[in-house]
Design a protein around this ligand. Structure first.
Ligand code: F6P
Length: 323
């Protein structure tokens, strides 16, 4: 490879900038020309591309968001869109592409690399941690810590008023943010898409807790749980417990922002470095993950959502510690 380009795609996640920095600086270290593509695949199709130097990525390792901006691009999911993208890459002589994003972004990369001879390397950047084959995704740790900070604050006011709080965290297909933030904040219940929710059993236990005057309770709900989010859970609880003092708090997009944690900066730097190594070594069309502290290169065409892998043990721990 001689000329590589990097883009960020899909929902942003804290640490994407650290990953862009790592890709750019490693590429330059190896004597490559490095280009930044604005707004993900949309910017690629529209040729919104600029040459990057070492200083283009100065002072960004600590910043949330992405300096390259991001988009969810429908056109790229069509063969015509990908043809336009390929023509842009060819015209510019770009012979390697690094995509920082989630599983949807990887599927796009896979389609492009199958149709055209352009090596693609993915970096797992999503707060949801819903990609199989990696223990970490860039942004997850920050999102969990943001949720923890918020839920701790909620607990203060919940405690002052003896209230039930139902807190909704992000994760439309995955419950990892809910599970991790819920355990770390001592939630009584954690509702996640990977598990069936027995809402009646949850309400039974609230009734029982009310009987023994345990009135401060926090339930953490992933937005994609089968009940349909925190508002719906609150409605069902109030149906059976009309006198309960309950409030809903939806944390929303604050979980996507903020300065990345140390862990997210480290994994972004490590993955970014290895993405360029992959391109140089000719290891193509994989995404870079980390498993058991070793690099794991997963073929893009086998990318799958991590579902149903939340261990029984964690669920047992939640139950025991909340009793
Ligand atoms: O995939 C990351 C994520 O934050 C999900 O947890 C959430 O469901 C979704 O993106 C929100 O997407 P949008 O940015 O389109 O509101």
């Amino acid at each position: 490879v001689n000329r590589i380009a990097v883009l960020t795609s899909g929902g942003d996640s804290p640490g994407m900038n650290a990953a862009v920095r790592a890709v750019v600086r490693t590429g330059l270290f190896y004597g490559l020309e490095v280009f930044g593509i604005m707004r993900g695949y949309q910017g690629l199709i529209e040729d919104d591309i600029f040459k990057m130097e070492s200083r283009s990525v100065a002072n960004i390792i600590q910043r949330g968001g992405t300096i390259l901006k991001t988009a969810r691009c429908k056109e790229f999911y069509t063969p015509e869109g990908r043809k336009k993208a390929y023509e842009v890459l060819k015209r510019r002589g770009i012979d390697g592409l690094v995509i920082i994003g989630g599983d949807g972004s990887f599927k796009g990369a896979m389609a492009l690399s199958k149709e055209y001879d352009i090596p693609c390397i993915g970096l797992a950047g999503t707060i949801d941690k819903d990609i199989a084959g990696t223990d970490f995704t860039i942004g997850f740790d920050t999102a969990v810590n943001t949720a923890i900070e918020a839920i701790d604050k909620i607990r203060d006011t919940a405690d002052a008023h003896d209230r039930l709080f139902i807190v909704e965290v992000m994760g439309r297909d995955a419950g990892y943010i809910a599970l991790h933030s819920g355990i770390a904040t001592g939630a009584e219940n954690i509702l996640i898409p990977e598990r069936k929710t027995n809402i009646n059993a949850i309400i039974d236990s609230l009734v029982e807790k009310e009987r023994r005057r345990k009135l401060v309770n926090i339930i953490v709900v992933a937005e994609g749980d089968e009940i349909g989010g925190a508002n719906e859970v609150a409605r069902l609880v109030k149906e059976r417990m009309p006198n309960i003092d309950a409030r809903v708090c939806i944390l929303g997009h604050i979980q996507r922002g903020g300065s990345p944690t140390g862990i997210d900066r480290l994994i972004a730097s490590r993955m970014g470095y290895h993405a360029v190594e992959c391109l140089i070594e000719g290891r193509h069309n994989v995404f870079v993950g980390i498993q058991n502290n070793r690099m794991n290169y997963i073929p893009l065409d086998s990318v799958g959502k991590k579902k149903g892998t939340i261990s029984e043990e964690w669920m047992k721990i939640v139950k025991i510690l909340a009793s």
